[in-house]
Design a protein. Structure first.
Length: 362
């Protein structure tokens, strides 16, 4: 599995008394080896149950670690990519043995980590207070939650898609379907409305929908059920919920011209090759699509900003960097893909692989 995914290392630490199994799935450190910082790689840390099959945890970590390598390339960061998986019971932030072991193992793997699935954001604050500055993204951090920066980056990328298709970045008058109104989807949908777009929205939580509609009285907002969102007609589909929603079965039914959002990988695929195949199916339907990790990069950019600048990290400066990076790299990727007569998804992978692997053979 490591050879197939071109991973360089699984760095493992076990604590028998605490019943913690810690594995950092390091895919590549090539971009980090000369960055002159103590961290060479960057990726989140997520928790799995102790009785989960270890092979499934390895597969999850390796897939996510490879994705982090590509995302760091897309963000222009001098960091390799990794993902840490930890099999343990829910962490007790008052138990400094637990928190300290997680900090120790993370430092040993030379990773800058942010709490992911199964760990509370407050873990970063606890680690920073007592042990290490290699955790980022805590509520007490200088940049706050990453939902708004992520939405801003997606918004700037979508404008470039509109520019390519219709000759203008303006989204005024466009109908945009937004799936999910959470930490990313809500500020993203609000930004679309501020531009004068018409929205079709959905969310599985009725209270979330009610809050959004109440906050935008008089705006052109149509609410549909989550089961209906893929069947609506709109110029733009901007998913900001779960992944794996676009399949070979439903792509022929889609009535969108541009798909770009803040979800993590909306293609239901188990390999890079399958993702490229589905992207080609979208292109055959006349739908412009760019793989999510190319523009969904604000989280890693925020993490790097906090790691490097610590308390001097500034949200306004971050938003400017994210917006510029997402707009410029998306415009280049869309145009170069058109020139090369391939999908933007395939070109994104080609660019990332050249950067990470060079001319190395498997």
């Amino acid at each position: 599995m490591m050879r197939k995914g071109r991973h360089i290392l699984l760095d493992c630490y076990d604590h028998e008394r605490l019943d913690i199994r810690f594995v950092n799935h390091i895919h590549s450190d090539r971009r980090g080896v000369n960055n002159r910082r103590s961290s060479l790689v960057m990726g989140g840390i997520r928790r799995h149950e102790t009785d989960e099959a270890e092979i499934d945890v390895f597969i999850d970590g390796m897939n996510l670690g490879r994705g982090m390598t590509f995302k760091n390339v897309a963000a222009g960061l001098p960091m390799g990519g990794c993902k840490t998986t930890v099999q343990m019971k829910p962490v007790d932030l008052e138990d400094l043995d637990q928190v300290g072991f997680l900090a120790f193992a993370t430092d040993r793997t030379r990773n800058t980590a942010g709490p992911d699935m199964g760990f509370p954001p407050e873990l970063a604050d606890a680690v920073n207070e007592h042990f290490s500055l290699h955790f980022v993204g805590g509520p007490k951090g200088p940049l706050g939650p990453t939902g708004t920066p992520t939405a801003h980056g997606v918004h700037m990328a979508v404008r470039q898609g509109a520019r390519l298709l219709w000759g203008s970045e303006s989204l005024a008058g466009k109908t945009i379907a937004v799936q999910g109104l959470g930490a990313v989807g809500s500020p993203l949908a609000s930004a679309y409305l501020a531009e004068g777009a018409r929205l079709i929205v959905c969310d599985r939580d009725a209270a979330t929908i009610e809050r959004f509609v109440a906050a935008h009285q008089g705006a052109l907002v149509r609410v549909v059920s989550p089961d209906q969102i893929l069947g609506v007609e709109a110029e733009i589909f901007s998913p900001a919920a779960g992944g794996g929603i676009l399949t070979g079965d439903n792509i022929p039914t889609l009535r969108f011209k541009l798909i770009m959002g803040g979800a993590n990988n909306v293609l239901r695929a188990s390999s890079q090759e399958e993702e490229i195949e589905l992207a080609e199916q979208l292109a055959e339907r006349g739908i412009l699509y760019q793989i999510d990790w190319w523009h969904n990069i604000a989280g890693v950019m925020a993490g790097y900003e906090e790691y490097v600048l610590q308390r001097e990290a500034d949200l306004g400066r971050l938003l400017e960097k994210v917006g510029r990076r997402c707009a410029d790299s998306t415009w280049e990727n869309l145009n170069e893909a058109r020139r090369e007569q391939i999908t933007p998804t395939e070109r994104a992978y080609r660019v990332a692989e050249r950067e990470v692997y060079g001319g190395q053979e498997l």
